[in-house]
Design a protein around this ligand. Structure first.
Ligand code: ADP
Length: 490
């Protein structure tokens, strides 16, 4: 379209390396760098949680009206240093600091999360004027940032500073919608006109997610397949009607991953670095992870799983089939945290199969990298999956994904048995534990019966481009589209 450089504000509730619970943080930590590498002025903004200990500087402060009280906001900033070739660059990151809303333990799941993120959204927009940064596009991400699109439209756009700012709203997971009781609407200081079914009212509640979908110029999700799926009742979380209505403005772009953070050739957290020429060194990482997880050093296929433990991830299929999986000569390494139910189930499986299963309950980013590098295959039987990064990071480390073909998993994993040329993993369509087992058994069969073909598959995955290069260009196209809705693009 055009190669005009843009000013972009990227807004996210989590940004790696400062705060992470899942894939959103990975994207927020890496896509802005890719966009900035092509010469755009990209800045990131997030809440300053208590757990963030990085050095930062005071930028400005102001107060925000929340109904009839005023709350102080302090803006601080820092830079994420990163390499662009040999050049060291710095990506500006702003933090919205509030003693009342963010100076406490934990990122989410506080009873006043609605209040916290209304404050955040207002503060982000106020900050722009105070620091005199007038972005071409505000890129909002997930429910926490949806009201920014609404506040712009219903209030800020009347001021000339904000008139031409366009919005792109990315849905990383439609399941988390930020629905709160109607009383919360008063905190916007916009009156109750915004609370009707054409705007933000959703089954009697105020919906942050709906605000983002209704008011943004362009909407996208993190894979092409999920963009289609969410227009159906099965995946639409009751928003399929609205999303279908906006189908012309709804796109899908599969995430990339940071090639700085995830690089088998340079990863500082793994025992032995490797590349396509030295892929057989991956074995040393396998032995190291077996040792670290107290499993016997046996030359058997090792399956890995790294996941939030939630219903979305299809973990019940594994629980149902674990005895059949364990009939095979395999080991299984699991890393995850979340619902207590799954943690207890996995602990009990580990107790039943101490020589074959190792479960680490918790969040551990460096252990995750050693698992991606050390295991042979990676299991992701998700019920739904907007994009999924686990399978993409696995491919980057030459670890073969075994997945349910839904959302981004369908877009990124091609079944080897059905396409020997492009195949990079194994997948099944129907959400059933029998299908999962059969598919895992196909992967095990290739590993056990044809090591040469397996090794070729490993090399092929190591050669794939999972970087942000291509997706970042697609995001630029979306930004131009969004800008075009407000003013002519030169
Ligand atoms: P989601 O965003 O739904 O949680 P994704 O697959 O998109 O799922 O992204 C998950 C990200 O979080 C990946 O980078 C994965 O490695 C990481 N991750 C998930 N659980 C853990 C954990 N317990 N410890 C370390 N990293 C984890």
């Amino acid at each position: 379209m055009t190669d005009k450089k843009l000013k972009i504000l990227f807004v996210s509730a989590e940004v790696s390396p400062f705060a992470k619970t899942g894939g959103l943080a990975d994207v927020a930590g890496s896509l802005p760098r890719a966009l900035s590498n092509s010469g755009n002025d990209v800045r990131v903004v997030m809440p300053r949680y208590k757990s963030i200990k990085s050095t930062m500087h005071y930028v400005t402060d102001f107060s925000i009206s929340m109904d009839n009280t005023k709350e102080t906001c302090i803006v601080r900033d820092t830079e994420i240093e990163y390499k662009n070739g040999e050049e060291i660059k710095g990506l500006p990151v702003y933090f919205i600091d509030s003693y009342r809303y963010f100076d406490r333990d934990g990122i989410y799941c506080h009873p006043d999360d609605g209040d916290r993120f209304i404050f955040f959204c207002k503060a982000v927009l106020e900050m722009l004027l105070k620091i005199n940064f007038q972005p071409d596009v505000i890129h909002c991400n997930d429910w926490h940032t949806g009201p920014i699109c609404m506040l712009l439209e219903e209030y800020y756009r009347k001021q000339s500073f904000y008139t031409n700012i366009s919005t792109v709203y990315t849905i990383h997971n439609l399941e988390y919608q930020g629905n709160f009781s109607p009383g919360i609407v008063r905190l916007f200081n916009l009156g109750y006109d915004i609370f009707n079914p054409d705007k933000t009212e959703f089954y009697g509640q105020f919906s942050f997610m709906k605000a983002g979908i209704v008011y943004s110029d362009i909407i996208n999700t993190v894979s092409e397949m999920y963009a289609k799926e969410i227009q159906t009742p099965q995946y639409g979380e009751k928003l399929e009607g609205l999303l279908s209505k906006r189908a012309h403005d709804l796109f899908g772009i599969v995430n990339g991953i940071s090639y700085e953070q995830f690089d088998p050739e340079k990863d500082q957290w793994i025992v032995k670095n490797y590349n396509t020429a030295t892929y057989s060194d991956k074995k040393e990482n396998k032995q190291a992870i077996q040792k670290e997880m107290s499993l016997p050093l046996e030359d058997v296929p090792v399956i890995g799983l790294i996941s939030r433990l939630s219903g979305q991830k299809g973990l019940n299929l594994i629980i149902e089939q674990i005895d059949n999986i364990m009939k095979h000569d395999v080991q299984f390494i699991l890393l995850g945290t979340g619902d207590e139910y799954y943690e207890n189930e996995f602990k009990s499986i580990e107790n039943r199969y101490p020589d074959k299963v190792a479960f680490y309950a918790g969040f551990n980013a460096t252990l995750a990298q050693r698992i991606y590098a050390g295991v042979d295959m990676f299991l992701m039987p998700s019920r739904f999956e907007p994009c999924g990064l686990g399978q993409i990071i696995s491919l980057r480390y030459g670890t073969i994904p075994v997945v349910r073909a839904t959302g981004g998993l369908a877009d990124t994993v091609i079944d080897y048995d059905y396409d020997r040329v492009n195949g990079n993993g194994f997948s099944f369509k129907e959400f059933s534990s029998e299908e999962m087992l059969k598919t895992l058994e196909r992967a095990l069969e290739l590993y056990n019966e044809d090591q040469e073909a397996w090794n070729k598959l490993v090399v092929k995955t190591l050669q794939l481009d999972c970087s942000w290069n291509k997706p970042a260009h697609k995001y630029m196209d979306l930004y131009y589209l969004a800008i075009g809705k407000r003013r002519p693009v030169k």
